[in-house]
Design a protein around this ligand. Structure first.
Ligand SMILES: Nc1nc2c(c(=O)[nH]1)N[C@H]1C(S)=C(S)[C@@H](COP(=O)(O)O)O[C@H]1N2
Ligand SMILES: [Mo]
Length: 438
């Protein structure tokens, strides 16, 4: 390989800025991740990451170094630790990737995505909480306390992965409105409860049933008691899967307040918006559910790919079902320094909606070459899978580690971005971390 490095101007002739203009995070108008897209230049990039970039000739144009991920000041949320708060009304907070290193996500590190106002904590009494089950395709209406659910139906425990449909939204260009999630609106705790299926069969499912939906006890953000913040559902077949649970416990304890205490639905592998928190009512529907955030363009993507920035008519938007294949590098933390000559051990998780992950590969050269990681099987269906790998570096400088998973149907993660969509859903691009080798 003779073509080691090319000049800055060959690579980035568009509006390069002088390195001395760039002091990351110390200017009055600090450089943002988006800023790099318009102001990028190799010298600027090297200055900002604080080292030469040995594989710069392989770096896609416009790529923002993972070393420059914005870090926000931690903000305290009861029961949570070190989450990055994107919005506090309603509360939306994600987990930094390196805090998702546990095999089973602890409660303090599970992201929070609220659409409205959570029910106030001292007011929730698990002894009197009731779940109603009905809907036009239910044979009858029934209601259960949590004690009754526990006494009537068999208990099951599964580790189930939940990921917000908007996870990764912050990377899309043109940008989409909404919470600017980076990679941490995902987790895989262990859930205990009864099968949704057993409860539905107990009340009776009519022949015309097609959908199962939830209502929670949270209030609309406006405070209007006649409005519901969110009410979504899944097709009957997903509701009847053995892993679809009505859960009262997470990791063997009460579900954390902000994650749905005392009862929630968990349908793993689908956008987590189908997993209703503070579960109050389940309805068996004879049509595709039409609650808030189920209609219009919410949790929908264009049925056919569109050009970035397109306006897509509502009738050409399709409901998101199983989530796409994805992975995370949870160790090391992005931005570490590593000694040249020593191998670096990497690890993380990978998941693939209703399907499973077949392989995970890692790259240290912006995706030019890939090395296969060791991948474990999931502990049960719809749980994430753990991977690990060791990499070495040819010389000192700035590197990025990229991880790329491929599912059992052969779909791999896109290296930089998947197809654009108006609401910024389903960004399953490779996770990237920065490493300084010296
Ligand atoms: N009742 C209710 N359920 C809800 C929501 C909500 O706002 N209210 N948010 C949904 C969305 S969009 C997501 S991504 C997940 C987030 O689950 P978590 O906050 O436990 O991580 O809950 C879903 N269930
Ligand atoms: Mo979500």
């Amino acid at each position: 390989m003779s073509h080691k490095r090319r000049g800055i101007h060959e690579l980035y002739s568009d509006d390069p800025i002088a390195a001395d203009e760039l002091v990351w995070g110390r200017k009055s108008d600090p450089l943002t991740r988006r800023g790099f897209l318009t102001k990028g230049g190799l010298a600027a990039m090297s200055a900002a990451v604080g080292a030469s970039i040995p594989f710069a000739h392989l770096m896609p144009g416009g790529l923002i170094p993972a070393a420059l991920a914005q870090s926000d000041e931690p903000f305290v949320i009861p029961g949570k630790e070190d989450l990055i708060v994107l919005n506090d009304r309603p509360i939306n907070a994600e987990t930094p990737a390196h805090l998702l290193d546990d095999r089973v996500t602890p409660g303090k590190y599970l992201f929070v995505r609220n659409n409205g106002r959570e029910p106030a904590m001292p007011g929730i009494d698990p002894a009197t909480w009731t779940l109603e089950v009905g809907g036009e395709s239910a044979e009858r209406t029934a209601s259960f306390t949590i004690d009754e659910l526990q006494a009537t139906f068999r208990h099951y425990t599964y580790q189930l992965q939940i990921e917000c449909g908007g996870n990764g939204r912050s990377e899309f260009v043109p940008p989409a409105g909404g919470n600017q999630w980076s990679v941490g609106a995902v987790g895989c705790p262990q859930w205990t409860g009864v099968r949704l299926r057993d409860v539905l069969e107990h009340v009776g499912i009519r022949d015309d049933a097609v959908y199962v939906a939830y209502y929670g006890a949270d209030a609309h953000a406006s405070g209007d008691p006649n409005k519901v913040p969110i009410s979504r559902g899944v097709p009957l077949a997903k509701a009847l899967e053995k892993e679809s649970l009505i859960a009262w416990a997470m990791n063997g304890e009460d579900i954390p307040h902000l994650n749905g205490y005392p009862l929630r639905l968990v349908c793993g592998g689908w956008p987590a918006s189908v997993s209703g928190k503070w579960l109050a009512r389940i309805v068996i529907r004879n049509q595709v559910h039409d609650g808030p955030k189920m209609t219009g363009s919410a949790y929908r993507v264009p049925c056919e790919p569109v050009a970035p920035g397109s306006e897509v008519p509502e009738d050409q938007m399709c409901i998101i079902e199983s989530m796409p294949v994805k992975s995370l590098i949870t160790y090391p933390k992005s931005g570490i320094e590593h000694a040249l000559g020593e191998k670096l051990a990497l690890r993380g998780h990978a998941w693939a909606g209703d399907s499973s992950v077949d392989t995970v590969h890692v790259s240290i050269d912006f995706g030019a070459t890939w090395q296969k990681a060791k991948l474990e099987k999931p502990v049960n269906r719809l749980a994430w899978q753990h991977w690990k790998a060791k990499v070495g570096f040819p010389e000192s400088g700035y590197y990025e580690i990229w991880a790329r998973a491929t599912d059992s149907e052969g779909h791999a993660q896109p290296m930089v971005l998947p197809g654009w969509n108006p609401k910024g859903y389903l960004n399953n691009a490779c996770h990237r971390i920065a490493v300084q080798v010296a």
